[in-house]
Design a protein around this ligand. Structure first.
Ligand code: BES
Ligand code: MG
Ligand code: ZN
Length: 497
């Protein structure tokens, strides 16, 4: 289940009801005893001496305090240490954990007392952003994908009141964050949807229906249209599925645009590997091989909801990589829409092939920059682990802006080497480029393959999100369901463009 959330900005007066909760943070350090006592005294709440002692103990970081008779019914006390281990993800993680725990408690409202911004020097860009991380955590912890479970609880209402000295600021940040997280939810729903439901056609239908509500134009190029445009790369990879390939082109054109950016996302709704077939264990996660495309959809939705002043074109080639009599084969040569030819050495390196046509199309739109997102290689996960995306670009300025937004939002990226030398590793004897390099450096050669299809005059960055977009152990909000990475990061990026 998830809560139907109603988040509002409170004033200073705390109002309690039964079945309500209260969240309070204390900074580790001097005066803790007095601060805790004053806090309980301030609303006449009886303090239990054993629990007081437990919370004051050095090793204790948090305490859940149930009231036998007073109100609120439950108090969540947190002790914060702002030391070298403190990270800007602290509140996001705490609230994601808390909200998901609340699903098992009988609570229908929650007061949150935001600690003073001055306690966290250097960790948050502003108090506004600090509060944003709290609200993000709430939504992230609230997310669930249980539509296929017969035995689930009914969704309940939960009112959350955020108490901070600046009420107007709090109201604005609630509104902004709700919009961002609404887009993250939409993307997560798309990525988590099993591939038997989310075919290319269904991906496009859901996108069009949701995004047109936000005022966006979604153009769906069907198989015929792809044939007319000689997009043989997409057609070859999608040729063995009963579900036809297609390409979505989403446009967002605000009046006050300063810049035009093309966002390209890999939309493989299922990656069986094709004839170079994967083992079952590797197939399990491959319903999420359209996470890059779903991220593009979510970023466009957020941009429209927030009225961001950048023109955006979202380009999402969608295919199902399957096996039948018309499968593309190792040894085939594909003439892509750019005219460049591709020797197929492995049909499981399919993402880069469909992106060839999509990146060429993006270049033809003559944007100021191109950024692509793809669950492209297992190799990037070997290199960086599951929590960070690989960033590949020759453009330092573009890299810095992406890295900054990543660090700020905790949707982090790491810049990988992208030297010319790697190009020789994907040379083909019979075509312009091969879709497979040697065993080592597989994430980099994949990126180098893509480079062939981007107009070299246009600044371009490639993000390999195979790790962080798919569920993984890291935070309270990444473990259960595919994550919606990197929408929060890209919204920040676009706000600073
Ligand atoms: N979709 C996969 C990459 C992937 C792996 C994404 C694990 C998420 C988690 C991609 O299409 C693929 O199969 N890549 C191959 C490339 C190889 C054939 C060069 C891989 O990583 O093994
Ligand atoms: Mg593959
Ligand atoms: Zn794939």
């Amino acid at each position: 289940m998830y809560f139907k959330l109603n988040i509002e900005a409170g004033n200073d007066a705390l109002k309690f009801r039964s079945e309500s909760g209260l969240v309070k943070f204390f900074l580790e350090g001097e005066n803790l005893e007095k601060l805790v006592d004053d806090f309980f005294a301030s609303f006449n709440f009886p303090q239990n001496s054993l629990q007081r002692k437990t919370f004051l103990d050095k090793k204790c970081n948090e305490l859940t305090y149930f009231s036998p008779f007073g109100e609120p019914s439950v108090i969540f006390l947190n002790k914060v240490k702002v030391d070298k281990d403190f990270s800007a993800d602290y509140f996001r993680n705490v609230f994601a954990g808390l909200i998901s725990d609340l699903k098992h408690k009988k609570i229908n409202s929650l007061n949150i007392i935001v600690p003073s911004f001055s306690h966290f020097p250097g960790h948050f860009e502003s108090d506004e952003y600090m509060i944003q991380t709290i609200i993000e955590g709430i939504h992230l912890g609230n997310y669930s994908f249980d539509k296929f479970k017969s035995d689930k609880n009914k969704n309940q209402d939960l009112k959350i009141v955020i108490h901070y000295s600046n009420r107007e600021l709090t109201k604005n940040v609630i509104d902004k964050t709700n919009k961002i997280m609404n887009s993250v939810y939409f993307t997560r729903d798309l990525v988590n949807e099993p591939a038997n439901n989310l075919t290319p056609e269904e991906f496009a239908r859901k996108t069009k229906s949701e995004l047109s509500k936000a005022g966006l134009k979604v153009n769906i190029m069907n198989k015929k249209e792809l044939q007319k445009r000689k997009m043989n790369a997409i057609l070859s990879v999608g040729g063995a599925s009963v579900h036809d390939p297609l390409m979505m082109v989403i446009s967002y054109k605000p009046k006050n645009a300063k810049k035009k950016i093309a966002l390209v996302g890999k939309g493989v709704t299922y990656d069986s590997g094709g004839l170079s077939i994967k083992p079952t264990s590797s197939m399990m996660e491959m319903k999420a091989d359209m996470a890059g495309g779903a991220a593009v959809v979510g970023i466009l939705k957020a941009a429209a909801m927030l009225n961001l002043p950048v023109e955006l074109t979202g380009i999402v080639p969608c295919v199902e990589n399957m096996v039948n009599g018309s499968s593309y084969k190792p040894g085939d040569v594909i003439v892509s829409s750019s005219g460049k030819t591709i020797e197929v050495k492995d049909t499981d390196a399919e993402g880069r092939i469909i992106l060839a046509d999509a990146l060429h199309y993006a270049s033809q739109q003559k944007p100021d920059e191109i950024i692509d997102f793809a669950t492209l290689t297992g190799a990037v996960v070997v290199a960086l682990g599951e929590i960070i995306a690989g960033l590949f670009t020759k453009n330092d300025e573009l890299a810095d802006r992406i890295i900054n937004s990543g660090n700020k939002t905790f949707e982090r990226v790491w810049r990988m080497p992208f030297f010319q030398d790697y190009n020789s590793m994907i040379k083909s004897e019979i075509a312009d480029v091969a879709n497979l390099g040697p065993r080592w450096g597989g994430a980099i050669t994949a990126g180098k393959f893509l480079e062939n299809f981007v107009d070299e005059k246009i600044p371009w960055a490639h993000l390999d999100i195979a790790g962080p977009a798919i569920k993984h152990k890291c935070n309270n909000y990444t473990e259960k369901y595919d994550t919606g990475f990197p929408i929060r990061m890209m919204v920040d990026y676009l706000l600073n463009t």
